[in-house]
Design a protein around this ligand. Structure first.
Ligand code: 5GP
Ligand code: ZN
Length: 113
């Protein structure tokens, strides 16, 4: 999508230092980190939120889950981490392109706010 900031990051229209990248996904540091380690993993395919995930996206979503723990290991999150997918208004999803937050290197309280 031409006006989607995360599509622009995925397409390299906005230069971004990738933590990890392959043909399907890219991982980069969050602009406003909420933990000592806070990165985002996005599919390069535009899905506005998890609500748009379909059967045909199963391989892509599985790929993301496998890569998330590899990325977490590469980032030294050996004492644990949290993966967050904010979806829709009540969850305060602000960017309308599916993204997975990986947060770590501090004690993350529960329940979340
Ligand atoms: P959401 O609230 O939608 O789950 O999270 C969106 C996240 O994207 C926020 O944590 C915000 O800081 C981050 N973000 C928004 N715009 C940009 C950007 O242009 N670059 C980067 N690296 N992060 C962004
Ligand atoms: Zn997009």
């Amino acid at each position: 999508m031409s006006d989607c900031i995360f599509c622009m990051i995925g397409d390299h229209e906005i230069p971004t230092k990738a933590v990890y990248e392959d043909e399907q996904i890219i991982c980069f540091h969050d602009l406003e980190p909420q933990a000592p380690v806070h990165v985002l993993v996005i599919p390069k395919k535009h899905l506005a939120s998890l609500d748009e995930a379909r059967e045909e996206d199963k391989e892509l979503l599985g790929h993301i889950m496998v890569k998330i723990h590899e990325i977490a290991a590469d980032l030294g999150l050996d004492n644990g981490y949290r993966v967050v997918i904010n979806t829709g208004e009540d969850a305060f999803q602000t960017v309308k392109h599916l993204h997975f937050h990986i947060l770590g290197k501090r004690k993350l309280t529960w329940p979340p706010g």
